[in-house]
Design a protein around this ligand. Sequence first.
Ligand code: COA
Length: 373
Amino acid sequence: MSRPVISATGLYTPPNSISNAELVESFNAWADQWNAQNADDIAAGRVQPKPHSSVEFIEKASGIKARYVVDKDGVLDPKRMTPNIAERPNEQISILAEIAVKSAQEALAKAGREGKEIDAVICAASNMQRAYPAMAIEVQAALGAQGFAFDMNVACSSATFGIQTAADFVRAGHAKTVLMVNPEICSGHLNFTDRDSHFIFGDVSTAVLVESDDRAPKGGWSILGTHLKTVFSNNIRNNFGFLNRGDPDGVGKSDKLFVQEGRKVFKEVVPMVAAMINEEMDRLGIKSAELRRMWLHQANAGMNRLIAERVLGHEATEDESPTVLDTYANTSSAGSIIAFHKHSADFKPGEKGLICSFGAGYSAGTVFVEKTA
Ligand code: COA
């Protein structure tokens, strides 16, 4: 049986970054404008005024300092508060496929592969821009890849679910080179007028090449074991869909974008993920002292601190559990892959690490890897 190896990763970062100060300034201008428009109802006590957001709160509650976005002007325009991303004709590559291809090209170049050597493409992401044809098939066509392609959505856990799926294809002999991409335009599903969550997400794309060990170039990452878990919860939802579109005036729009009970998510997901990691380490016979690094899902610095502590038995250093939240914010499925991509070059052969994601569903996935010579 072929053994799956992560042979390379790729990252595409959009050119525009929005700082917390810029985001808060635009939110506060929107809130002032809303309060002025609703002054009579506010004075009569029929509606509550919109309070201001604050840079200090955002940084303290989440660890986020900035985020990259595909369109900065639309997000920061207090009259718009949503990215301005033009619909494209069918003849033009879609924006999601375009950023996926950019991240894939870096992974392919690093592995010394051409698009035609790919046997399967999986587009694993939270925020798909259409129902069909699959973005993965568009990526397959753009890269000149072979075989088959499909989209899958497991919210923030999409990448680890995608890696296990790719690894299973390799183990079963259905494919030898699988490209798994995570294009996330989170700014499209974020409600920038919701003070509790307007700061959470950013845009990005990541790519992971999973190959059989007899084909992968030297120096890849042997996949030691993967484990997936889902437990139903209403605490993170996005109800948008072709049966639930919300009306164009925005009435009923709020649950057609990202909504969450952040406190409950924090309390329920931390123990679930920490227990899952510890059980998987027992199953694989890996001691916490052997774990050189954890590339955790990037949602909240506090959650990652607690999860890492429950696994390592001590507070994790930045070296043991690196964060990219400060510059990228939460990029949904791509977060743990950005952390892996940016913070793995110093690994020596034989050293072990963990890619771990968690999020809506609830869903969680672990991928233990070992650097090869
Ligand atoms: N600016 C200023 N104050 C704000 C604010 C903002 N942008 N947003 C909320 N607040 C206020 C709240 O109104 C509340 O005020 P109150 O105490 O007077 O009621 C207070 O700050 C605390 O709000 P709360 O929502 O309880 O904050 P928190 O410490 O739980 O942090 C999250 C909020 C979302 C950052 C945090 O809960 C979190 O990250 N949870 C996990 C989220 C997650 O991982 N989701 C998964 C997505 S994949």
